[in-house]
Write a protein that binds this ligand. Structure first.
Ligand code: HEM
Length: 184
């Protein structure tokens, strides 16, 4: 899946992330924005990140979480890896992503959290960069990269669930893909 992406697509994502990293207090901005959006859509996922279910996502102070920002950075580190492994190592890259997906099953991450996390991530990156930098093309690149990585990760995650519960298919349903129509 990741193999099908162009260098242009991956570069758009890496370059815009670098721009984010040069902004003042970017960790706070991204961390707070990501938390607020993601937990609003998936309140029960708070426990996975070690927060109480009654955490107030409108309280700015409680939203500053190095853990969540660390996750955004881990995600981009994976994109970097994807770039370096494209070509001869395509299969290896898919295997790595599936392994990380399996780890996520152990953290308690459900397949349906992936599109919501993607939506929160792209939306917060877009609002921090502004329309001039975060063009339609860049937005499409972010969605494509996120969906491709999620595809392999959910496959690995699905296998763990199948072994554990035998009730989740390893096949990815189209509705688990992030759809560009839902960003706006
Ligand atoms: C394409 C999407 C994603 C990528 C590339 C990604 C990547 C990663 C990576 C590389 C790690 C570190 C793994 C390790 O070595 O232990 C990690 C940890 C983690 N991820 Fe993800 N992830 C994605 C989506 C998600 C989603 C949708 C959730 C849940 C809502 C999630 C929740 C977590 C949690 C809870 C951890 C453990 C670390 C912590 O507590 O902060 N991830 N992720």
């Amino acid at each position: 899946m990741v193999a099908a992406m162009s260098f242009k697509t991956i570069n758009n994502v890496i370059e815009t992330w670098e721009t984010i990293r040069r902004m003042p207090e970017w960790e706070k901005e991204i961390g707070v924005g990501l938390f607020a959006k993601f937990f609003k859509m998936e309140p029960e996922a708070k426990a996975i990140f070690g927060f109480r279910e009654d955490l107030d996502v409108t309280d700015y102070k409680v939203l500053i979480s190095p853990r969540f920002v660390a996750h955004a950075m881990q995600f981009v580190t994976m994109i970097d890896k994807a770039l370096n492994m494209m070509g001869p190592s395509d299969e290896m890259l898919s295997e790595i992503l599936m392994d990380i997906g399996a780890k996520h099953a152990r953290y308690g991450v459900k397949p349906e959290y992936f599109p919501t996390m993607g939506k929160a991530l792209v939306s917060v990156v877009g609002s921090n960069l502004g329309e001039d930098v975060f063009t339609m093309e860049v937005q499409e690149s972010w969605i494509e990269v996120y969906n491709a990585m999620s595809h392999d990760m959910i496959k690995g995650l699905g296998e763990v669930y199948t072994v554990k519960k035998n009730d989740i298919s390893t096949e990815i349903e189209p509705q688990q893909q992030v759809d560009s129509a839902i960003w706006t």
